[in-house]
Design a binder for this molecule. Structure first.
Ligand code: 0GY
Length: 289
């Protein structure tokens, strides 16, 4: 069970950018510790332990106030580490869980009481065997009574195939990491235009302007990714979220400095008003109201 990917940055810099009061890191994970919360047998990678105390220390170091913790594929549908982190965070964190269709209503209620507010469907083929659409639709119906929404993760070439499902979900759907565009193609490329048009035509769709470290071809300081995030923030100021993606699971090329990721925020959201929407108003509306 030894980690087979890079550990997170041991000493992230303190960002120059001062986040607005109440800022939310709306995409991060907790992993293990494996001795307490074992990883899923079907996982495709084994991350380094990255527990709640380290996550909350990073939050404070960056000058943020809250976290949305997202269940990642290496923990499968066992949300125990997530729930443990949420219970310790109290009102300072909310969660996005992965559930199977046979989950009971009582189990869903327990997740809600812990702070879960969404389910995640992961369609990244290198990470998971995709959930059948019928299961996604059934789960979405099951969680509707709790007021939960859906978070969906896929890679750009799969957008066309998944669009009918996204439209059918008929609830708020947050698309991870800007739909993972090919940043070498530019913001005017038809593929990214299609993504923007999908959001234009469907007001229930949101996206996370996150993960420059995964999308970049040039590497830090991720100048090749900034135009994509800036364009989405400008087009959809009330439907974008930002997150670190700490502890950056499954990264092989390099490990980002989380402080440097925070310092990209004024480049993608150039005004104080856009920064407040991105970091406070939008996540608070979606996860805390
Ligand atoms: C991310 C990205 C990745 C991993 C997962 O569920 C996951 O394992 O989401 C990735 O490998 O692209 O959001 O953490």
């Amino acid at each position: 069970m030894s980690p087979d990917y890079l550990p997170f940055h041991p000493q992230p810099s303190r960002p120059d950018f001062q986040a607005p009061r109440g800022a939310v890191d709306a995409h991060c994970h907790v992993f293990g510790p494996a001795a307490e919360f074992p990883f899923a047998p079907e996982r495709k990678y084994t991350p380094c332990d990255a527990g709640k105390d380290q996550l909350f220390a990073l939050r404070d170091h960056m000058g943020f106030s809250r976290n949305v913790i997202v269940q990642a594929s290496c923990h499968g549908a066992d949300n125990s580490a997530l729930v443990d982190a949420l219970r310790h965070a109290g009102d300072l964190a909310r969660g996005v869980a992965v559930v199977r269709p046979d989950i009971t209503d009582a189990e869903l209620n327990d997740l809600h009481a812990a702070g879960v507010r969404a389910v995640r469907f992961n369609f990244v083929k290198r990470l998971v065997d995709s959930t059948p659409w019928s299961d996604c639709l059934a789960i979405t119906e099951r969680v509707r009574r709790l007021g939960w929404h859906v978070v969906i993760y896929f890679e750009a070439p799969d957008l066309a195939e998944l669009t009918p499902l996204i439209q059918q979900l008929n609830t708020t759907v947050v698309i991870d990491h800007m739909g993972r565009p090919d940043v070498t193609a530019g913001v005017e490329h038809p593929d990214f235009r299609r993504f923007v048009e999908l959001l234009e035509h469907n007001p229930r769709l949101w996206t996370k302007v996150s993960c420059p470290e995964r999308l970049t071809v040039q590497g830090p300081p991720y100048e090749d990714v900034v135009p994509f995030a800036r364009s989405l923030v400008a087009h959809f100021p009330d439907r974008v979220l930002w997150g670190t993606d700490w502890p950056h699971p499954n990264m092989k090329s390099h490990m980002p400095d989380d402080g440097a990721l925070v310092d990209l925020i004024p480049l993608i959201a150039p005004t104080a008003e856009l920064q407040r929407q991105l970091l406070v108003d939008n996540p608070m509306r979606l996860y805390w109201s």
